[in-house]
Design a protein around this ligand. Structure first.
Ligand code: EPZ
Length: 428
């Protein structure tokens, strides 16, 4: 079985480049289905989730070529609106296909989305929102059939600023009849990147990045030829911040959009990490002692991102003092805790709250990645631990990080991807 094997204790130093954002590229790839044309997407990372999305587009008849980090998408030959179940089940983001497919073809047949195991991940808000726009959606034993002769604009008030739901509405509304207003919209930077792409293919959108977005439905262009550069991945950048903070390193993170990372930078600075702007990038120097943080709550952007919760917790496991972290976005997003405890962390979880009592050292252990950010947190803990850490199931990490082991090794980490026995006792 594959694993990351990490010799702890290396002090990171050097320059590392941040790749394009998975959570921007995925909805933009889905949005490409809205129109006929040639679409060039620049800085698309080569990740498992992106490969699944490309497989889905290809299964629908769309042509996708990859040259390095650039994708060339030709959406003219779209042949079907039935998404293969074996692909839908691999990734939650496939729910983004609902809006574009119904908009382009009048129908979509999807199965319930899969994705990483971070608690209950319903799609009720997606379904209710599209129903308000005139889509009839029926569910037959796990298969969703959505139909709309014509999508119409609506005023949609979201109970929660759901990222995916906001994105699905944006895509469905672009070429719908009339105006759509989203109240309590998600404000994540990835929403703004999707809006930039939709504008490039002809949509008329105001307010992306704020709680209130207005989309003026316009006639669908007959053919487009656009190029779009995907924004940098703020969570990958934040993970590198944590790597330097935890190892007492001194690294320069290039390519990150600093304005997307204010809450993450603030949290690490409060815990004693020296972070400054340097050469257009982020200079991160880890300092000791790491200071505990009295209370960190994850919340929708611009609050502290849930996708950085596990990584910050690994950092605070080595703090002087006790920290409290509250996960308000997802239930079940503490699956990294038992694995960190195996490495000597002192953490107690009560429902959505984790109490982290800092310890002086973590010890290498054999641990298991359960989802992409939990897995990243275990890699970080391994970098700082004494001895050898084996992180099993690195494919979870590969969903969100392109060659993470190579990026970390390039700044001094002792990490390799190896084949190991599936159990401690050597069974293969
Ligand atoms: C997006 O997921 C991201 N994924 C997630 O990143 C990220 O954690 C999340 O936004 C929050 O920022 C992509 O962009 C591909 P939500 P999404 O809809 O859209 C509930 C990663 O690590 N909800 O904002 O699924 C939901 O259960 C991934 O890269 C409903 O109840 O997130 C959750 O509790 C993990 N009904 C909350 O809203 C719905 O119909 C936030 O979900 C939809 C969501």
């Amino acid at each position: 079985m594959e694993a990351f094997v990490i010799e702890g204790g290396a002090v990171l130093s050097g320059k590392v480049q941040v790749h394009g954002a998975k959570n921007a590229a995925l909805p933009i790839l889905a949005a490409s289905l809205l129109v006929r044309g040639e679409i060039e997407l620049v800085d698309v990372p080569d990740l498992l989730d992106i490969r699944v999305m490309i497989d889905i587009l290809t299964a629908l008849g769309v042509e996708v070529e990859r040259e390095g980090h650039t994708l060339y998408v030709n959406t003219d030959p779209l042949e079907t609106n039935i998404v293969p179940e074996h692909l839908m089940s691999q990734m939650r983001s496939s729910i983004f296909l609902l809006g574009p497919l119904v908009s382009r073809t009048g129908e979509a047949v999807l199965s319930y989305p899969g994705g990483c195991s971070i608690g209950n991940r319903p799609i009720d808000m997606h379904i209710n929102s599209l129903r308000k726009m005139g889509v009839t959606i029926h569910e037959y034993g796990g298969t969703l059939v959505a139909e709309a002769a014509r999508l119409r604009g609506a005023h949609i008030v979201l109970d929660f600023p759901s990222v995916g739901t906001t994105e699905n509405i944006l895509m469905a509304a672009a070429f719908a009849e009339g105006k759509t207003i989203i109240t309590n919209a998600a404000r994540e930077p990835e929403i703004q990147d999707l809006a930039r792409f939709l504008t490039a293919i002809g949509a008329r959108i105001q307010g992306a990045g704020t709680h209130r977005i207005m989309i003026e439905g316009v006639p669908r262009p007959t053919h487009v030829r656009v190029t779009h550069r995907v924004m940098p991945d703020r969570i990958v950048a934040g993970t590198f911040v944590a790597a330097s903070a935890m190892t007492g390193g001194d690294i320069l993170i290039c390519g990150a959009a600093l304005e997307h990372m204010e809450a993450v930078i603030e949290a690490f600075q409060k815990s004693g990490t020296d972070i400054s702007h340097d050469q257009g990038g982020l200079r991160v120097k880890g300092k000791r002692p790491i200071r505990a943080l009295h209370k960190v709550m994850t919340s929708p952007h611009p609050g502290f991102p849930t996708d950085m919760q596990a990584q910050l917790m690994a950092h605070l496991a080595l703090a002087e003092g006790t920290s409290v972290m509250v996960e308000t976005v997802f239930d079940g997003r503490f699956r990294h805790v038992p694995e960190l405890i195996k490495m000597g962390a002192d953490i107690v979880v009560d429902y959505h709250t984790a109490v982290i009592r800092g310890v002086s050292r973590l010890n290498g252990a054999r641990v298991k990645a359960t989802d992409l950010r939990a897995g990243a947190a275990l890699v970080l803990a391994g970098l700082a631990a004494h001895g050898t850490t084996t992180v099993m199931a690195p494919h979870h990490i590969d969903r969100g990080y392109e060659k993470l082991e190579e990026s970390l090794a390039s700044i001094g980490a002792r990490i390799t991807r190896e084949r190991v026995a599936s159990t401690l006792h050597g069974a293969t």
